[in-house]
Design a protein around this ligand. Structure first.
Ligand code: ADP
Length: 572
C-alpha cells in the first residue's frame, strides 16, 4: 500500500468552486439565474465569473485578500460567491441591514481590499461607512477600493468612481483559469456573526468545509436535479446556508429577489414554479399573513427548509397545511450553516398532524459533514443520558466547523476547548437520538433552582389562537431569583382589546407546569429582531429587568411546598 501516493490525478483539493465549471459543461444552456427580466445560462454564469475573477486579479487582489460585498440577493451577489475565490481571494458578504458604523467595523477588522456595493446601499456603505473608516485616523486603516453594482435589470446609472461591476465583467478575460487551489484548508469566505451573544466575530470557512457542507445539505434535504430555488434567505447569511454553491452542483435555477416579501415570494412561486426555498421561521408569519395574495393552491410542491431560530410546532403545522413541505435544520455561522437536520422518518407520516409538527420542531440528527455531535453536561465532559429530559450543552466536531475566528485566537481557543466546538445552546437527546434545543444557555431561566426553557414556554404560547409571535425571558423574582416574562405580538391590530394578560396567563396555567407560567405578559406591536430576523432577547431582558413581581399571599407553586414536604418526609 505504501507506494500508492497522492498525485494531481487522484488528490484534488475539495472546493465548491469546482461545481461551477462542471455546471457550465454539464448544463450549458440550462437557466442558472432569473432576476426580473434578466436570465443567464450556466455557461454564461461561468464565463461571467471567469471574467470577474480576472478583473479582480488585475486590481492587484492576491491570495487571501478580503473582498467585501454589500448587496441583496441579486445576480452579482451570486456570481461573487464563485468569482472572488476563483481569484484566490476571500469573500466577505456583509449583512445589508447593518448600520454604517458596524459596516465600517467589519471593513476595518477584515482589512478588506475591495468593496462591492449594490446601488441601493451606496449612501450607507460608501458615504457613511467609508467616511467613518477614513476619519477614524487609525494609521493602519486604509479604505478599500469601491466597486458599484448597478441594478442589472433596471440600471440606475449610479456611479461612485471609476469602477462599476458590469464594466469589470466586460473588461475581464473569459478564458482565465481560476486560481489553482493547492490546499483545501485555504479560506473561502469570511462571515461575521450577528453578535446576539457577544461582539461580532469574523468566522472563516475553508474550501473543504464549504464543499462538504454544501453536499451534505443537498443530500440530507433531498435536493434532486433541476431545482428551482427561490432566494428568500439572504445570501449573506452563512453564504445562503451554502445553497449559493449548492445550486451550481445541482444545475438549479436561482430565482433572485431584492426583498423577501410575501408578494415577491408568491409571485415568484407562481411565475417560475419554485420548488425549493429557505427561510427563518419569522418568514412563515409573512407567508401566512400574505396568503390571500395566492388566489389558488400552490401550483407546485414547494419544499421549505427552515432554521436559524426555533420554529414553533404550531407554525410548522400551519404552513404544512398551506401546502409547503417543510423541513427543519439547526445551525450557526460557525458550522457553515446547518449542523443538525430533522431527518424525516416514513413511520411518522401516519401520526396526527400536531404530533408530526412536534417531531419536526426538534432540531434532529447530525449533518453528514460532522464527525460527531453530543450534548454534554454543563462544565463536564460527560454526555447527558438519552432521556429527552436532561439538559446539557450541544457540542459539535467535524469538517463543517469553521477554521476559526479571524484575528481572535482567544475566542477561537475558547470555542474549541476540549476538542469540541461549543455551540452555547442547551439541548436534550431523545431516546431515538434526535436532539432538541431547549434554549441558548444564557436564555435559560433559572427559577428557584429549576431550569425553565424559554423555548418550551414560547411553544405553548404559540398554541394560543391569538398569538402571532412570542418571546420569553427572565425577569427578577424576589423569591425564586428569576421567573418567566412573556413578550407577545397578537394577530391583527385590535386584538389587545379582546385578549388580556390574564387570558394568556390562564391559558398557560392550563397548558404548562405552574412554575413555568409567565408572571408577566407584555403586548408589543413587534419584537426587536436581529438583522437575521431572530429575536434580540438581550433587549427584552433589559426591559424585563425593570419589572417587579408582587408576591401573592398564598402560592400554588409546587416548589413553595417542597421544603415542607421534604421535612415531613425526613420525619417519617
Ligand atoms: P449569531 O451570529 O447570532 O450566532 P447565527 O445565525 O449563527 O447567529 O445563530 C445561531 C443560533 O441560532 C444557534 O446557536 C441557535 O441558538 C439558534 N438556532 C439556529 N437554528 C435553530 C433551530 N433550528 N432551532 C433553534 N435554534 C436555532
Amino acid at each position: 500500500m505504501d507506494q500508492l501516493e497522492k498525485c494531481p490525478a487522484n488528490y484534488v483539493p475539495l472546493s465548491p468552486i469546482t461545481f461551477l465549471k462542471r455546471a457550465a459543461l454539464a448544463y450549458p444552456d440550462r437557466t442558472s439565474i432569473i432576476y426580473g427580466h434578466t436570465r443567464f445560462s450556466w455557461m454564461q454564469t461561468f464565463k461571467r465569473c471567469c471574467r470577474l475573477a480576472s478583473s479582480i486579479c488585475s486590481l492587484n487582489i492576491s491570495k487571501d485578500d478580503v473582498v467585501s460585498v454589500l448587496a441583496p440577493n441579486v445576480p452579482a451577489m451570486y456570481e461573487m460567491h464563485f468569482a472572488v475565490p476563483m481569484a484566490g481571494a476571500v469573500l466577505n458578504p456583509i449583512n445589508t441591514r447593518l448600520d454604517a458604523s458596524t459596516i465600517a467595523t467589519h471593513l476595518r477588522h477584515s482589512e478588506a481590499k475591495l468593496f462591492f456595493v449594490d446601488c441601493e446601499f451606496i449612501k450607507v456603505a460608501s458615504d457613511d461607512a467609508i467616511n467613518l473608516l477614513v476619519s477614524s485616523g487609525e494609521p493602519t486603516c486604509t479604505s478599500p477600493l469601491v466597486v458599484v453594482i448597478d441594478d442589472i435589470d433596471n440600471p440606475t446609472g449610479s456611479r461612485l468612481g471609476e469602477l462599476e461591476y458590469e464594466n469589470l465583467i466586460r473588461c475581464g478575460d473569459p478564458d482565465t483559469e481560476p486560481h489553482q487551489l493547492t490546499d483545501e484548508w485555504d479560506p473561502i469566505t469570511l462571515n461575521y456573526t450577528s453578535g446576539t451573544t457577544s461582539a461580532p466575530k469574523g468566522v472563516v470557512y475553508s474550501h473543504r468545509g464549504a464543499y462538504l457542507n454544501t453536499l451534505a445539505l443537498l443530500l440530507q434535504w433531498g435536493v434532486g436535479t433541476e431545482p428551482v430555488y427561490l432566494w428568500s434567505l439572504p445570501m449573506f447569511h452563512c453564504n445562503g446556508w451554502t445553497f449559493t454553491w449548492g445550486m451550481a452542483a445541482r444545475g438549479g435555477v436561482n430565482v433572485c429577489i431584492r426583498k423577501t416579501s410575501a408578494a415577491d415570494i408568491y409571485s415568484a412561486i407562481m411565475a417560475h414554479g419554485v420548488t425549493h426555498m429557505c427561510c427563518v421561521p419569522a418568514v412563515f408569519n409573512m407567508l401566512i399573513e400574505g396568503s390571500s395574495i395566492l388566489m389558488e393552491p400552490l401550483p407546485s410542491q414547494v419544499h421549505v427548509l427552515t432554521g436559524g431560530a426555533p420554529p414553533p410546532a404550531t407554525l410548522l403545522e400551519h404552513v404544512g397545511k398551506m401546502g409547503f413541505i417543510v423541513s427543519h435544520a439547526y445551525g450557526m455561522t460557525e458550522a457553515t450553516g446547518a449542523a443538525l437536520i430533522c431527518e424525516w422518518q416514513a413511520q411518522w407520516d401516519l401520526l396526527p398532524a400536531d404530533e408530526r409538527a412536534r417531531l419536526k420542531a426538534r432540531q434532529g440528527v447530525s449533518m453528514l459533514s460532522l464527525a460527531d455531535v453530543d450534548v454534554k453536561k454543563q462544565n463536564s465532559t460527560d454526555s447527558v443520558p438519552r432521556d429527552g429530559n436532561t439538559m446539557g450543552e450541544i457540542v459539535l466536531r467535524g469538517s463543517n466547523i469553521m477554521k476559526g475566528y479571524l484575528r481572535n485566537p482567544e475566542a477561537t481557543a475558547k470555542a474549541f476547548e476540549g476538542g469540541w466546538f461549543s455551540t452555547g445552546d442547551a439541548g436534550v437527546i431523545h431516546p431515538d437520538g434526535y436532539i432538541e434545543i431547549k434554549d441558548r444557555l444564557k436564555d435559560v431561566i433559572i427559577s428557584g433552582g429549576e431550569n425553565i426553557s424559554s423555548v418550551e414556554v414560547e411553544t405553548v404560547l404559540h398554541g394560543h389562537p391569538a398569538v402571532s409571535e412570542a418571546a420569553v425571558v427572565a425577569m427578577p423574582h424576589p423569591k425564586w431569583g428569576e421567573s418567566p416574562c412573556a413578550f407577545i405580538v397578537l394577530k391583527g391590530d385590535r386584538m389587545e382589546n379582546i385578549v388580556k394578560e390574564e387570558d394568556i396567563i390562564a391559558y398557560c396555567q392550563k397548558n404548562m407546569p405552574r412554575f413555568m407560567v409567565p408572571k408577566k405578559v407584555v403586548f408589543k406591536d413587534e419584537l426587536p429582531m436581529t438583522n437575521k430576523k431572530t429575536v434580540i432577547k438581550s433587549e427584552l431582558r433589559k426591559i424585563a429587568k425593570g419589572f417587579t413581581v408582587v408576591l401573592e399571599e398564598k402560592s400554588n407553586d409546587v416548589r413553595e411546598h417542597l421544603p415542607v414536604w421534604l421535612s415531613m418526609m425526613s420525619k417519617l
